[in-house]
Design a binder for this molecule. Structure first.
Ligand SMILES: O=C(O)CCC(=O)C(=O)O
Ligand SMILES: [Fe+2]
Length: 314
């Protein structure tokens, strides 16, 4: 699934851009699933008098109108619970089309080439649907909606996962371009884990990263960007007039700490025990619903280790 040269590239740079992985029919099914979800959300906001319906509104129109009206579609569309307050009613999305995407054979084949055949879907996963920058409200700071600040993925999980073999797979639903806010990375993983600060977002401490070697990572729809947990990356702002849409998934070697053990994981591929692989998207959804019920009644668990009071964050 990966050539020797690609594996070496990944080991050296900490990232790999693979333009043509997820077939367009799989992407189209995800778009359809999200269009239906958006129609339902929008209809609810129409009933509440928060937005006004008109004939022929597209998925994108509905996103724009509801965002401008202060209606949040991010959390109901996300494939995760939030990192902050969780209640019994916190919305999230799990469905057959997104399950088929995360379980796609070609995607898992690539992950297997890097970490072997015992693969767990790590629960650190998100949808990111990013409006054009001028549409964003002045106080928008969420890395799932506006541009993402510089970080390493190891820095956004718990310390217990610091030696976990994990790969981030970032899947482009729309084309990701320099103009519409594709990813960028600083090649290399030798600096180890840099200090992060919980500011607007969880970001590498001021001055700790030399960004002069940053490279943009454009990729067409259906393409995938892979990250090693130590590669520093960010996203560019969306300066186009369209939305930029991606999913980011993480896979780790089964049995190793996920970095977010209070969220549910599942086995996505196994050579040793194929019967343990999850095949029903409803069980994926149920796992998250169970976690939500438990977490809603427990004290909040911080999702990372960093403190804003650390001297490097001053
Ligand atoms: O899509 C983005 O803006 C950031 C994605 C990211 O940081 C990741 O996939 O780990
Ligand atoms: Fe990341």
């Amino acid at each position: 699934m990966l050539t020797q040269a690609q594996k070496q590239d990944f080991e050296q740079n900490g990232y790999l851009v693979l333009p043509d992985i997820i077939p367009q029919d799989v992407i189209a099914a995800v778009r359809q699933e999200y269009a239906t979800l958006m129609d339902d959300l929008f209809a609810g906001w129409v009933r509440e008098g928060r937005v006004t319906d008109s004939p022929g509104l597209s998925f994108w129109d509905k996103l724009s109108l509801s965002y401008a009206a202060g209606c949040d579609w991010f959390q109901p569309m996300d494939i995760s619970l939030p990192g902050d307050v969780i209640t019994t009613g916190t919305p999230m999305h799990f469905g057959p089309a997104i399950f088929d995407l995360v379980m796609h054979d070609r995607l898992l084949g690539i992950i297997e080439a890097l970490i072997g055949p015992e693969i767990t879907l790590n629960p650190i996963q998100h949808v990111r649907i990013k409006p054009p920058a001028p549409q964003l409200s002045d106080d928008e700071i969420r890395a799932h909606v506006t541009s993402t600040e510089w970080h390493q993925d190891r820095g956004v999980g718990h310390e217990q996962a610091d030696s976990t073999e994990m790969i981030t797979a970032w899947v482009a639903i729309t084309d990701a371009t320099v103009e519409n806010g594709c990813l960028q990375a600083v090649p290399g993983i030798d600096a180890g884990l840099l200090p992060h600060c919980p500011q607007k977002q969880t970001a590498i401490a001021p001055g700790a990263l030399d960004k002069s070697k940053a490279v943009p990572l454009p990729v067409p729809s259906g393409g995938v960007v892979l990250f090693h947990p130590l590669v520093a990356h960010a996203s560019l702002p969306n300066l186009s007039d369209g939305f930029r849409w991606s999913f980011d998934l993480r896979f780790n070697v089964t049995g190793q700490h996920t970095g977010r053990e209070h969220f549910p994981k599942f086995i996505a591929r196994s050579a040793a025990a194929p019967e343990t692989v999850l095949t029903d998207w409803r069980k994926w959804k149920l796992g998250w619903e169970d976690a939500r019920a438990t977490l809603a009644s427990e004290p909040h668990i911080p999702i990372h280790r960093w403190s804003a009071d650390a001297p490097v964050c001053a």
